[in-house]
Structure formats: C-alpha cells, structure tokens
Design a protein around this ligand. Structure first.
Ligand code: ZN
Length: 252
C-alpha cells in the first residue's frame, strides 16, 4: 500500500485545501493528476465522458463550461460527452474525502475500461468536513463540489455570485485532475504559490489558491477567473507534448 500525501500548508485555519490526503488501497484510483496524460493525449483514450452525479436540487451549472475548458487543452478526437445523473447519495451532512471516493466508486464505473476516459464530478448535499472547502479532488478521476458551501460563499451584494463561484470552483477542481499546479510534474515557470502547494500565485488563473475557499470574495479583486492562465496552459502543453515529465500516471 502506498500512501500519497498531498498536504496543503495553511496560512490560517480558515483556509483549507481543496485536495486532501489521499490514501489508496487501489492503485488504479490514483492521485489527482494521475489521469492527466490520459486526457491531454489521445494515445489510449480517443473519447472522454464527464459524469455529473448530483443530489436532487443540486444541479451543476458549469457542465458546458467544464467541457469547453477541457476541450481547449485535451486531445479527444472522438469528442467529450456530458452525462448528468440525479443520484441519491444517502449522505446530506458532512463528507470526508473517503466518503467522496466511496460514493463515486459506488455510483460510478471504471475510469479507464475502454477507449473512453471517464471522469466523475459529484454534487452532493451537505458540506466537506472543513466547511470552508468548496470543492475537492480526491483521486485521478473524481472531484466533488459542495454547493451548500458555494452558496454560503456568495459575497456581499452578490459579488461574487454563487454562480460565479460554482463555475470557478468546478473548473478549478477539473484543473487538479489535469495535474495543475505541479501535482504530477514540475513547471519551469515559477507560478506555484509556495504557501499553497498545488495552486497558482496568479489571481487571474482559475487555479489561484483562494478559489477553493469560502473567503474567495475577500481574496480576489475584480471578477473571478474561470479559465486557466497562460502559465497553466503552457504546463499542460508541455505535459501533452512530453516536454515535461509526468509522474504517477495510471497508464502510459
Ligand atoms: Zn485547489
């Protein structure tokens, strides 16, 4: 058994990481970024399907946006399909990372069973164990967005709005599945925030560290970003081309 630790060092107790300690008994589930090349390249997976599993009343609003963002950077000549399934998760209070993983593998299928790559985005009722966390990436194919906390994160006078926050957090967690920032590679560009490992130091990037926090409105001036910046895209292009070496990949 290998123990993967993705630990975020925190400046304050209210800021908590949106990806958490990952303890895997099953190697195939991997770590966030472990299926980055599977998305960025088309060698094994020509198609992709993104499954949105949501509790009744928790419909995701950023499905097309996520598809667009992933399409921009990934090589999927067979296309990217969106699937939405209302799901009774039977948990509506507090979620741990293990709960998210268990729910995904209980309600979802394999990530890599065919020439289609499958990622799962869960939208449960309730909050993460740390209520300030809006989203988590828990293994190579799984994220969760906590809409109850996203709603709470709406700023004064609706700026940012809960919709803006949800769009940003959803793309942000997808970015972790793509390995951003420095999760499974080392960028030649110094854009990882040393105080927030795995995150960007650019507040115009959707990978900016504060995006995951319910204090997001206090840390970003202006509009919330919902796209990768040029440094993020440069990293993804380097990974895709092979210029940047990637670790912890579940295939290749
Ligand atoms: Zn994050």
């Amino acid at each position: 058994m290998r123990k993967y630790l993705l630990v975020i060092l925190l400046l304050t107790s209210s800021m908590s990481g949106c990806f958490s300690d990952v303890l895997n008994d099953d190697e195939k589930r991997g770590i966030p970024g472990g299926l980055a090349l599977a998305c960025l390249q088309d060698d094994k997976f020509e198609k992709m399907e993104i499954h949105f599993l949501y509790e009744n009343g928790y419909d995701p609003i950023a499905k097309e946006l996520v598809k667009t963002r992933i399409q921009d950077v990934c090589d999927k000549p067979g296309g990217i399909k969106i699937t939405s399934v209302e799901t009774d998760f039977s948990i509506d209070s507090v979620w741990s990372s293990d709960d998210v993983r268990d729910a995904r593998w209980k309600h979802g299928g394999n990530a890599m069973g065919s020439d289609t790559l499958h990622w799962y985005f869960l939208f449960p009722a309730g909050t993460y164990t740390d209520e300030s966390v809006l989203g988590v990436a828990v293994d190579a194919s799984t994220i969760a967005i906590f809409k109850d906390s996203v709603d709470e994160a709406e700023g004064f006078f609706g700026r940012p709005s809960s919709e803006e926050v949800e769009r940003a957090v959803t793309v942000h967690e997808a970015g972790h599945l793509l390995g951003l920032v420095n999760l499974v590679y080392q960028s030649p560009i110094p854009h990882e925030d040393p105080n927030h490992p795995g995150h960007s130091n650019n507040e115009d990037s959707v990978m900016y560290w504060a995006i995951e926090s319910n204090d997001v409105g206090n840390f970003i001036s202006g509009d919330l970003p919902d796209q990768f910046d040029n440094d993020d895209k440069s990293d993804l292009a380097g990974m895709a081309s092979g210029e940047l070496e990637c670790s912890d990949q579940l295939w290749s």
